[in-house]
Design a protein around this ligand. Structure first.
Ligand code: CTP
Ligand code: CA
Length: 228
């Protein structure tokens, strides 16, 4: 399937994209977060809009201008992201979870700022698991809805990717090959996209837009299959 050749092949479709990284509050001024920039999710939102889709972008802590043609919903924590994504997913043809969702959050939110105590070391921060949004989407999908996850793996990329794809019940999993000469924080990305149907699509290192186009190619093909 040639990238971009399909033109406005997502016209009449509603897609939901999550982007950025969630922050889990410790107290009113502190949080546990991650380094996700939101670039890949924003590229997905931009390219989907260019292909004619109605786009809901659920964005967590991203310092980028909202992409033209997308309705952007700002969230902070994983629980807020879950609520916004599930609400939008109710009418969506496809959901792409590009966000880095914190796996854990502090068990007890402290309503006032934690102060240093004279002569005492601080206590530990107890963590609890956050809900797995992608797994929930996989379990509760509308008929024909396409669910896409992202994963970064360092070892046994394909085996771990396949296992994660099955565990999450997704249709597609975009696995970033993270390794010695493949670094974080770059504008480009190399990936392999695994399909629940056993397919495997290698995406050579290139702009995040190019990876986004491949993802929408694969999503569009699946939407076509189920609606025809
Ligand atoms: N994800 C999610 N909700 C979470 C954690 C992850 O929806 N609480 C989604 C991410 O947005 C991503 C996919 O699940 O699309 C894979 O995330 P990843 O961190 O690779 O997988 P985990 O299941 O959290 O496994 P682990 O971090 O232990 O490898
Ligand atoms: Ca995780």
């Amino acid at each position: 399937l040639a990238r971009g050749s399909a033109g406005r092949d997502l016209a009449g479709r509603h897609v939901v994209v999550s982007a950025g990284g969630t922050r889990e509050a410790i107290d009113p001024v502190r949080f546990i977060g991650n380094r996700s920039s939101g670039l890949q999710g924003y590229a997905l939102a931009r390219t989907a809009a260019a292909r004619g889709a109605r786009v809901t972008l659920v964005s967590a802590n991203v310092a980028l201008p909202g992409p033209a043609g997308a309705e952007t919903v700002a969230v902070g924590s994983a629980e807020q992201m879950r609520e916004a994504v599930l609400a939008a997913a109710g009418s969506a043809d496809a959901v792409v979870m590009a966000a880095a969702v914190a796996d854990f959050r502090p068990a007890d939110y402290r309503g006032s700022k934690i102060k240093k105590a004279e002569g005492a070391e601080p206590g530990p921060i107890r963590l609890v698991k956050n809900p797995d949004i992608l797994a929930e989407l996989g379990r509760n999908r509308r008929p024909g809805q396409v669910v896409v996850g992202f994963a970064a793996e360092t070892d046994d990329v394909l085996a771990n990717g396949r296992a994660k794809l099955a565990r999450k019940g997704s249709d597609l999993l975009v696995v970033n090959e993270v390794g010695e000469n493949l670094t974080f924080g770059r504008p480009d990305n190399a990936a392999v996209v695994l399909g629940a149907d056993g397919s495997r699509t290698e995406v050579p290192r290139g702009a995040k837009e190019a990876l986004a186009e491949v993802v929408w190619d694969l999503v569009a093909a699946r939407l076509e299959r189920t609606s025809s």
